[in-house]
Write a protein of this length. Sequence first.
Length: 213
Amino acid sequence: MAVDEDALLAEQIAYYRARAPEYDRVYTERRDLRDLLTVVDDLPIAGDVLELACGTGQWTGALAARARSVTAVDASPEVLGIARARTASAKVGFERVDVFKWQPQRRYDTVFFAFWLSHVPPSRLGDFWNTVAAALAPHGKAVFIDEGPSAAARAEVAAEVRRLDDGSKYRIVKVFHEPEELTGELTELGWSADIRTREEFIVGIAEPRSATR
């Protein structure tokens, strides 16, 4: 049975809006996620930074410490409210946008996204990376972090069901990427990528190939 992607993505936004009060719990419960936050210090975060799907701002402060400015965007006003309260830096501005329907109005030296790529349906992967490319200044880099390879079955669009504390259920997109396979997909889309595993996660740096010549 075909999945209605528009409905699935709308449900994904609804899930993160409803989950906002619970979102940070996973960082409290999982030390590996808290430790992962320090990886920003080892990545080429510089200049004007665009953070896609910033959530509650767990990563935003660390980005601001290395950036000239940070524009953090998300589709959920609820998580943006938490992120604003958490992030005191005057370098940071927040905007509510749906990444799948949005086009950047300016260019950035770095585009960063953590735990977002796995929420992009395979059929929209090319359009998503075109949006990232449109947001990058010459010689800019995309930097991303996500969950690593999983034994979970992969479908054309993997609709995973999540449950909140109140018992409500939502479907979200969940696609697990193998570093080698993702590198190949990005190569076909015109990117040069270095994607490595770090414990249970993947950390990637990508640049449009036209910018590397």
